[in-house]
Structures are given as C-alpha cells and as structure tokens.
Design a protein around this ligand. Structure first.
Ligand code: FES
Ligand code: FE2
Length: 422
C-alpha cells in the first residue's frame, strides 16, 4: 500500500513533475528503427512522457525528434514534407533540421535573419538494437546509453517488438517483476497444451511450489529479484529477474533459451509503450525460437498495422472465452500478453489506486521496486543522481533461471549466469 502522495509521485511522468524529470535523465526507447525505414520517408507522430512529438529520418539518415507543431503558427509537422535534410511545414513552408533549427523561411524576404532565431524543441536520438533512443532531459546533464547486451549483439541474434498498452507504466513494471502471478494468470491446465509459450519455462511449468520466497538485492542498476521455489528435498528452483532503472526488466528463461527484456515507457500517464526483446548472446535466433518469443509478445493479437495496438482490448473483454476458462486455461484469454493486459489495464482503473491494496508475502518484489523508484525520485528532487544513468556499463547484466542444490549459496550459483558477454 502507498499513500496517495507516494502514488502520485510514482505515476506522474509529464514535463515538470518529479518522476517525469527523473525519466528524462535516462536515454529511453522512443520508437523502433523500422518505423522510420528510409531517409526522407514519411514523418511519424510520437507521444512520449506526455509530450507530442514528430520523428523523421533526414536525407543522410539522422533521426530528428522535434515538437509536433510548427513555431510559426502551430500547424502539425506530421503533415510536413521531409526533404533535403529537414522537415518543411506544409502551411507556409518553414523548414527545420534534426536539431530543431529553422533553416528556411520562404515566406520572408531573402535577406531576413529571422529564421536564425527560430528553433523547435528537439531531442537528441541514437540508434541501437533496432530501437531509436531519445534523451529528453536537460542538455547539460546528458546521460549515457545503457549498454544492454541485446543492443550490442548482431541483429540476427535478437527480436524486438513494441506494443501500446492502456495503463500507467508502473502497473506493467509491477507485473513484470511479480514472478508469483505466472503460476496463476498464465496457467494452462493441460501441460501438453503449453506448447510454444512453455518453451524456456519448462521447469516453471513443472514446479509445484506456488508460493515462491523472494530475495531482493540492491544493485548499481536497480534490483536483483530472486524467487526461490522448492523443487525437491535437495534442490531449489531459482528465477532471477533484473529490474533496471527507470522501468526495465529482464525476465528469466532457462539455460540455452533466449533471454528476455521488457521496457515500460510512459506514453502519457494512462498509456505506455511496452518493448519486448529476446536475444541470444552468441548465435542467431532460430525460426522456432522467434515463434516462441512471439507468443510472449502478442502474436495471438493480430497487431493493428501502424498502431502497435492489439485486437484483444478492454473494450472487447480481451475476447475472453468462458468455455476455455473452464477447460483449458486459468483465464480463458488467449496469449500471455493479452492475459497481462486484462489484469494490468484495469487495476482500479488505468492508474492503480495503491492506497486500497492488501499486499502479501509474494508482493515483496513489487514493494522493492516502488521503494527503489521512490528513493530515486526523492534523491533527484534533492539534486542527487541518478548515478546509473551516467554509467552505461552498469546495464551489462542478464536474468536467469536454474536449479541449484539447496546447499549452494545463490550468489555463488548465479554469478556467471547474470553477466552480459558483450
Ligand atoms: S504554420 Fe508552419 S510555416 Fe506557418
Ligand atoms: Fe504476466
């Protein structure tokens, strides 16, 4: 349970509010590289942290991310002409480069220097891992790109996916670190039907212990969340989830299976961009693996082209099938991601009212993430940190799941499994 003030502090991410300012100190995934496939291609709308922006790829391939409206009289630059290294407003022809600088003003006399005084808000971008990252913070405090392993492997080794989700970012983060829900929300009654979604989670499917014990460790990048289930008299089954500031998680897969990363990036306070990545550190993903991964990212949902939304939504009750709920699965909803959406998009609404909760022992990870974020936002309000945003190498970690003799300390058993190789 949180106080009303704490809940507000954690969930509000627009410009000028404390958590919004904290998010802006990190490089954040802003869109997929595939959304801007070609130089001088069509500009697209981007909404991020409550700000309306337009993104375009200029003639030499640089990505501009600028405020959505023209500085002249506010026309939408989404309709702009992306030509000759700049975006030109279609109303009166003012043109801006990727830095937001006005470079042409064809409706003014040629000798005018007015254009030199006109600049749009523009945010720096970088491309890594098939993602266009943006820094929306103060220019003189620019941080470092996180050195996440999946951004450093060849593109054949990773699968990157994006979706739009209709709730506050924190509900999604809490779901990702909440290892206990997997045994319920995502349960299939007939293990033979687990099929694609179970690959990489075979041990979890067999685990009978549904009340994991959580051990949470503070780390430089965020938190290491270890969930321990009793496997048999001598063995524990460990699932180690990483929480990385400000809103990233790495979900464990068993050895030889691809590793998973998720990001919950506020689009605004009631919507998020959810990024899902799976990668193999040292070999390309196979077709079968991509099929497996897609079952985690909404393949059942027929993505509406261009919107990154799903067909199963709150408005159609996520296409819940009550017959299937009796016979096949705990929810009767198809698809892991859709099951998550059904519970996350309405937890007393799109912004969960955490003053009403009754947290139990398996909510330890959720509580720990909130405390980590509250501490970070309060530190930032006092002018301290966030230190990890300036240490990209701190993000070179992995998640892992494995069996370990009960006599082996988790720190020994986990050491090599949690370090990125590139
Ligand atoms: S409104 Fe954009 S050039 Fe006039
Ligand atoms: Fe889930």
């Amino acid at each position: 349970m949180l106080s009303r003030e704490e809940n507000e502090l954690l969930t509000r991410t627009g410009p000028g509010v404390p958590m919004g300012e904290l998010f802006r100190r990190y490089w954040l995934p802003a869109l997929l590289s595939e959304e801007l496939p070609a130089a001088d291609g069509p500009p697209i709308r981007v909404r991020l942290l409550g700000e309306d922006l337009v993104a375009f790829r200029d003639s030499v391939g640089r990505v501009g991310l600028v405020e959505a409206h023209c500085a002249h009289r506010g026309a939408s630059l989404f309709f702009g002409r992306n030509e000759e290294s700049g975006i030109r407003c279609v109303y009166h022809g003012w043109k801006y480069n990727v830095d937001g600088q006005c470079v042409d003003m064809p409706n003014e006399p040629p000798e005018s220097t007015f254009k030199e005084k006109i600049r749009l808000t523009a945010y720096p971008t970088r491309e890594a891992g098939g993602v266009i990252w943006a820094y929306l913070g103060p220019p003189n405090e620019m941080s470092e790109l996180p050195q996440l392993e999946w951004t450093r492997v060849p593109s054949s080794h990773r699968y990157v996916h994006k979706r739009r989700q209709a709730c506050n970012y924190l509900q999604n983060v809490e779901g990702e670190v909440d290892s206990a829900h997997v045994s319920f929300l995502h349960r299939q009654f007939n293990p033979g039907q687990l099929g694609r979604m179970a690959r990489g989670q075979a041990l979890l499917g067999q685990a009978t212990d549904r009340a994991p014990v959580f051990v949470v460790n503070e780390t430089e990048y965020g938190l290491r969340i270890s969930a321990r289930r009793t496997w048999n008299d001598e063995t524990h089954y460990w699932r180690i989830t990483q929480f990385l500031m400000p809103s990233y998680t790495m979900i464990p897969a068993e050895p030889v299976f691809p590793i998973s990363f998720t990001a919950a990036i506020p689009l605004d306070d009631e919507n998020l961009w959810g990024y899902t990545v799976a990668w193999h550190p040292d070999r390309p993903l196979t077709e079968a693996e991509v099929a497996t991964i897609e079952s985690w990212t909404g393949i059942y949902a027929e993505v509406v082209p261009g919107s990154y939304g799903t067909v199963a939504t709150k408005a159609n009750d996520y296409l819940v099938d009550r017959q299937r709920q009796r016979t096949e699965s705990f929810t009767g909803i198809r698809g892991i991601r859709e099951q998550d959406l059904a519970v996350q998009e309405d937890q007393w609404g799109p912004i969960c009212d955490r003053t009403r909760e009754h947290l139990g022992t398996t909510d330890a990870a959720v509580i720990a993430v909130r405390h980590r974020l509250l501490r970070a936002v309060r530190d930032a309000q006092r002018g301290q940190g966030p230190v990890e945003a300036y240490r990209g190498e701190a993000y070179r970690v992995r998640s892992a799941a494995f069996l370990l003799p009960q006599s082996t300390p988790i720190d020994d058993g986990a050491r090599s499994a949690l370090v990125a190789s590139v």
